[in-house]
Design a protein around this ligand. Sequence first.
Ligand code: FES
Length: 87
Amino acid sequence: GFELEIASSGRVIPVRADQSALAALLAAGIDIPMSCEQGVCGTCLTRVKAGTPDHRDQYLTPEEQAANDQFLPCCSRASSARLVLDL
Ligand code: FES
C-alpha cells in the first residue's frame, strides 16, 4: 500500500493493496468524478503535487505520465510511499 495526502487539508489517507486509490478517496468522503474505472476515459484525472505515480492507465501520453504531475486514481498507484494530491 501507499498513502495519499490531501494538499489543502494535510489529511493522509492510506490505500490498501487490495483497493484503488480512487476507492480509498471515495471511502474517505472525498468526491472524485469517475466513469470507466479502467484508466481509459480520463474523468478521474487528479493533479499530483509531490511523489511519484505508478501509471497504469491508457489515457495519458507517455510524456504526460513522465511529468508525474497528474494521475488517474481509478487504476494507477504510487511508486513512492506517498502522493500529495492537489485537492
Ligand atoms: Fe476513467 Fe479513471 S474513471 S480513467
